[in-house]
Design a protein around this ligand. Structure first.
Ligand SMILES: [Zn+2]
Length: 225
């Protein structure tokens, strides 16, 4: 199902967390402590991950994630948090019950499954513990480029570019340029209400819609995929 083993994923996750905490290269001893394994077996595993181009090990300085390892760690994080959200929101679990389930499910889930669940729940940005769910999409169907006049209600879009006029418009509203928007409603005059991932809502006037260049992945819409 996944190209990496559970152990490999746990290592990547541990290195990711330690890297976040220390903002530096990570000691093998710290990895071993975090995963409750011996230092020699952690060293052995780091060698394996380095061979797969997932981490780099700088002698005397420590370990850091390479792009592919970093992405896989972020995916596991997303998988864990999407499952915790799903279990509470959709399956009636109590908050204290979800972590143990998610620890297993995070490794057993394909990228497609996690992205579908995330879409099914309308792209929540945080899990029930309040931790951020990574916003990046790890499974891509067909890429579609469009502007805001072609966008669909309840879909979330990544912003590719905005015209200079729109950038000025946002500045005047004291809004930071969003990375993603969700179309909430089309008004009678064809203006639209959108929201950012931070739940800031605003109106985009109908004459400005073509100036919002967007992209999305068709897998989120197309039920037949
Ligand atoms: Zn958890």
């Amino acid at each position: 199902m996944n190209e990496f083993s559970k152990t490999e994923q746990d290592y990547l996750k541990a290195i990711y967390h330690l890297q976040e905490k220390t903002a530096d290269l990570v000691n093998i001893t710290d990895i071993a402590t975090e995963l409750k394994v011996s230092a020699p077996s952690a060293t052995e595993m780091i060698k394996r991950l380095a061979k797969k181009n997932l981490v780099d090990h700088k002698k005397y300085y420590g370990v850091f994630l390479k792009p592919e390892g970093y992405q896989e760690a972020r995916f596991i994080l997303k998988s864990h948090r999407v499952w915790e959200t799903f279990l509470v929101e959709m399956a009636g679990y109590q908050l204290h019950e979800v972590h143990a389930e998610a620890e297993n499910l995070e490794h057993a889930s394909s990228r497609k499954l996690i992205e579908r669940l995330h879409a099914l729940m309308k792209f929540p940005t945080s899990d029930p513990h309040g931790s951020e769910i990574p916003a990046e999409c790890f499974w891509h169907g067909k890429l579609v480029r469009l502007d805001l006049s072609e966008a669909m209600v309840a879909e979330r879009y990544e912003i590719v570019s905005l015209s200079a006029g729109v950038e000025r418009f946002l500045q005047k509203l004291a809004l930071r340029k969003p990375k993603f928007i969700t179309l909430l409603e089309v008004l009678a005059d064809r203006s639209v209400i959108v929201k950012t991932d931070a739940d800031v809502r605003f109106v985009v006037p109908h004459f400005q819609k073509k100036d919002w260049q967007l992209k999305c992945y068709k897998n989120m819409i197309d039920k037949a995929v």
